[in-house]
Design a binder for this molecule. Structure first.
Ligand SMILES: O=P(O)(O)OC[C@H]1O[C@H](O)[C@H](O)[C@@H](O)[C@@H]1O
Length: 536
């Protein structure tokens, strides 16, 4: 492995100032050769500095890290999450016909049973067979945070054209503003509250759940009857008073940020109905099948991961931007931030040794075209390249607004072209000369208008954003994160890095209330003191 890493780094060095556009000049077939199609999607990774030599070495890296064996171990239910002693089987939630054993036990009958219970409940809510104390459920509030919020929230926004159920709302932040703003205007007698928490101990979620119960108790005699719970700690849900008929459980082998496929997806299922939800699962399952069977060189998650490794670990670009040209994928970047950074933002390898390569990159983004009018300035002319990952659907959902869609798509393609091509000093000078400038002023103005170009990007092109293609996209990114983690030797399925802050929050709370709380640093003590003064 060390040898392959070194060869990749020297290959990159040897590229010097070579330009991506030069790769196209050298290989007229590059656009096709560095585009990969699978199950109706196209991943174009030609606008990068990965040439045939780099591609082969990157594939060697994947082989050397035993990506295929680790993948098979994951699907087989082996306990690949070694620091928590758990299997990693979110894939089982979307492959309902599969047979999967954990500790020698077939887990699928229970997965199917819960799936069917959820579907029956969703149908009852949607039809009005399950009622609130004031009649048919009109609104659903999902209370959860992290993986118990980001997945269903992202997917529910993405699937807006398919909504034919109750309105859905999401509360995550412990900031009372979140729940106050959400509940304002809702009718407690026709609202269903879903408490989504894998552990059912997360303080933000429990605090919000109690506030929602108090809110409901002012209007209905039995608030708990309008609550449902999604959790892998089903014993704790009873203490909250939620009847077990509305408790949908899952096992600890479903990680929080991988949990949208099962009970945590209930709000999505309520919004679009169980049949559409199953199409979402089918899209994920199709990506699983592709990931398990396609050769590495044609395997979309593997290629996405290799492009990621190339840009971050080899080229040293610290971040990557995810830029969906699809307004309904508004929350995809936030969702991917958790998926990628919580999974691969780690400094030690599975065996506890220091990582020999940088951990995963910072991931960020916004939908296009909005980002163009905000931060693309830096992407085009800042000193640090930002690899961009564009996502685009060929068709929108508004036939009457097809001209909007063409304009949207034109912007997406134009951005990746501009990033690669840039604008030379000569071109900028010609522009300024055409405006009548001359001499030093022409030079000065021209320099501001130079675009260095040679900035890498990839484009994921899908036909249309449907439940099925959304499932494909989410599973694609999940497996990409997995492959990157395997290549880096990381356990992508724990998140110890979130613990310390949670622990300290419990100790800071008394400090803010002026109660004794030892062992804080002077800055924290001072901030708490001023905070108390400001509160009056
Ligand atoms: O679903 P819960 O148990 O409430 O957890 C919610 C979230 O909080 C934790 O701190 C983790 O960082 C996340 O991975 C998790 O998704």
């Amino acid at each position: 492995m060390t040898d392959i890493w070194n060869r990749l780094k020297s290959l990159r060095k040897s590229q010097g100032d070579a330009r991506i556009s030069g790769l196209f000049d050298a290989d007229p077939n590059r656009a096709q050769a560095f585009s990969t199609e699978a199950d109706g999607m196209l991943f174009d990774w030609s606008k990068t500095m990965i040439d045939a030599g780099a591609r082969d070495l990157l594939l060697d890296l994947a082989k050397g890290a035993n990506v295929e064996a680790r993948r098979d171990a994951m699907f087989a239910g082996e306990k690949i999450n070694e620091t928590e002693g758990r299997a990693v089987l979110h894939t089982a939630l979307r492959n309902l016909q599969a047979s999967v054993t954990v500790d020698g036990q077939d887990v699928m009958p229970e997965v199917r049973r819960i799936h069917d219970l959820m579907a029956a409940f969703a149908n009852d809510v949607r039809s009005g067979a399950f009622k609130g104390q004031g009649g048919k459920i009109t609104d659903v509030v999902n209370i959860g945070i992290g993986g118990s919020d980001l997945g269903p929230y992202m997917a529910t926004l993405a699937m807006a054209p398919y909504h034919d159920g109750p309105r859905t709302h999401f509360v995550s932040n412990v900031d009372g503003a979140d729940i106050a703003d959400t509940l304002k205007g809702l009718d407690p007698t026709t609202t269903l509250v879903i408490v989504a928490s894998k552990t059912f101990t997360t303080i933000e979620t429990m605090t919000n759940a109690k506030t929602a119960r108090d809110w409901m108790a002012k209007s209905v005699s039995n608030p708990a009857a309008q609550f449902a719970a999604l959790s892998s700690a089903v014993d704790k849900t009873a203490a909250f008073g939620i009847d077990e008929s509305r408790v949908f459980g899952f096992e600890d082998w479903v990680g929080g940020r991988y949990s949208v496929w099962g009970p945590i997806g209930l709000s999505l299922m309520l919004a679009i109905g169980p049949e559409r939800f199953d199409e979402f699962l089918a899209g994920g399952a199709a990506m699983d099948a592709h990931f398990r069977t396609a050769p590495l060189a044609e395997n979309l998650p593997v290629l996405l991961a290799l492009v990621g490794v190339w840009h971050h670990q080899i080229c040293g670009y610290p971040t990557r931007a995810v830029l969906p040209y699809d307004n309904r994928l508004l929350r995809l970047p936030a969702y991917l931030q958790q998926l990628e950074m919580e999974s691969n933002g780690k400094r030690v390898a599975m065996d506890g040794s220091d990582l020999t390569q940088p951990s995963g990159p910072v991931v960020w983004g916004e939908p296009g075209t909005n980002g163009q009018h905000a931060f693309y300035q830096l992407i085009h002319q800042g000193t640090m390249p930002v690899p961009c990952e564009f996502v685009l659907a060929a068709r929108g959902h508004e036939p009457d607004l097809a001209h909007h869609h063409i304009l949207l798509a034109a912007n997406c393609l134009a951005q990746s072209e501009a990033l690669m091509r840039g604008r030379s000093l000569d071109e900028a000078r010609a522009l300024m000369a055409a405006k009548g400038l001359t001499g030093a002023e022409l030079d000065r103005q021209a320099r501001h208008r130079v675009f260095p170009g040679n900035r890498p990007s990839t484009t994921l092109l899908i036909q249309q954003l449907t439940p099925y293609t959304l499932g494909q996209i989410v599973a694609l990114y999940e497996h990409r994160v997995f492959v990157e983690g395997v290549i880096l030797g990381i356990n992508s399925f724990d998140q110890w890095g979130v613990e310390l802050g949670k622990e300290l929050a419990l100790k800071v709370e008394p400090l803010l209330e002026g109660k004794p709380s030892p062992d804080h640093d002077p800055s924290t003590e001072h901030l708490a003191q001023v905070f108390r003064q400001m509160r009056g």
